[in-house]
Design a protein around this ligand. Structure first.
Ligand SMILES: [Zn+2]
Length: 299
């Protein structure tokens, strides 16, 4: 048994994952926002609750909205800012008496889909989350790439490639730069673009519904989005050439992406042919928490 925990900004979810990939227990609680000590306590209680319900315990993996700095062993790059600067893995291990591994939540998504999801059986899996943010993870032969700076896969804060004149200098990003891919490819990026171009304030799902109903402005916004996503992914294909690309997050539910983006990315990939599959995730909202459990080998 392995315990997986997905530590989000608003909720914490935990599962007990059996060796056969089945979930034996699942619990979800609101995240104690702004309080580090309460977060550690909530994680401990949740881990103990799912272990008790499953009737077995095991090592704990936690997906976090940030990463552990290799230089300090402390959390950095977290939008849940009360985690920053703390050794969460050591504190949770001390609180639970169990071994603990932490990983970035996008890396957990990619690991889940590579292990027993849509990317299973593929050697190099590029997993992308298109949600409130735009993160990604790279898994090679079942192992997440992290790198000496623990930033492998931080694709969202590269500039949007092959920018068009009206995309420059691009929207301000919270990271301090302008024109990051995240400002275009996150769900909020689609919504901002639609608002700027049309004066209509709609959520991403409503824009997609409107496009399906024949709304020309919504259709144009989704076509701009698809062209931007194709350019962003083409840059990855040119560097990593993954065996498969798996999409997650809210916008991965747009089925048209899987039809349209592969028709567009060939113009930017440095190859005469592009056979890379672009597919939807298999485990949906559960991928993050499953991937956290997959930080430990099946047992
Ligand atoms: Zn940025």
């Amino acid at each position: 048994m392995r315990i997986g925990i997905d530590l989000g900004g608003t909720k914490i979810e935990a599962i007990a994952l059996a060796g056969d990939g089945s979930i034996r227990a699942r619990r979800r609680v609101p995240a104690p926002r702004g309080d580090y000590a309460a977060t550690v306590t909530a994680l401990r209680d949740l881990a103990q609750a799912v272990a008790s319900e499953a009737g077995a315990t095991g090592p704990i993996g936690v997906g976090i909205p940030g990463t552990i700095s290799p230089a300090t062993g402390l959390i950095k790059n977290a939008n849940s800012v009360w985690l920053i600067g703390h050794p969460l893995d050591r504190d949770l291990a001390a609180a639970t008496g169990r071994p603990v591994r932490l990983a970035n939540d996008a890396n957990c998504f990619a690991l889940s889909e590579a292990s027993d999801g849509a990317g299973a059986g593929h050697g190099v899996v590029f997993g992308v989350i298109l949600g409130t943010g735009c993160g990604s993870g790279i898994v090679v032969d079942g192992r997440v790439l992290t790198g000496p700076n623990a930033i492998a896969g931080e694709w969202g804060h590269n500039p949007l490639p092959w920018p068009q004149p009206d995309e420059l200098p691009g929207p301000q990003c919270y990271c301090g730069k302008r024109g990051c891919q995240e400002t275009f490819l996150a769900g909020t990026g689609l919504e901002r673009d639609f608002l700027e171009q049309t004066g209509r304030d709609l959520k991403a799902a409503a824009i997609a519904t409107a496009a399906e109903a024949g709304d020309a402005q919504a259709e144009a916004a989704l076509q701009r989005y698809e062209h931007r996503l194709a350019r962003g992914l083409a840059a990855i294909l040119n560097v990593v050439d993954p065996d498969i690309v798996v999409l997650g997050g809210g916008l991965s539910n747009l089925d048209r992406l899987y039809r349209n983006v592969p028709k567009l990315w060939g113009a930017f990939v440095f190859s005469d042919t592009v056979s890379t599959p672009l597919v939807k995730n298999r485990h949906g909202d559960s991928s993050g928490v499953r991937g956290a459990a997959w930080l430990w080998p099946p047992a």
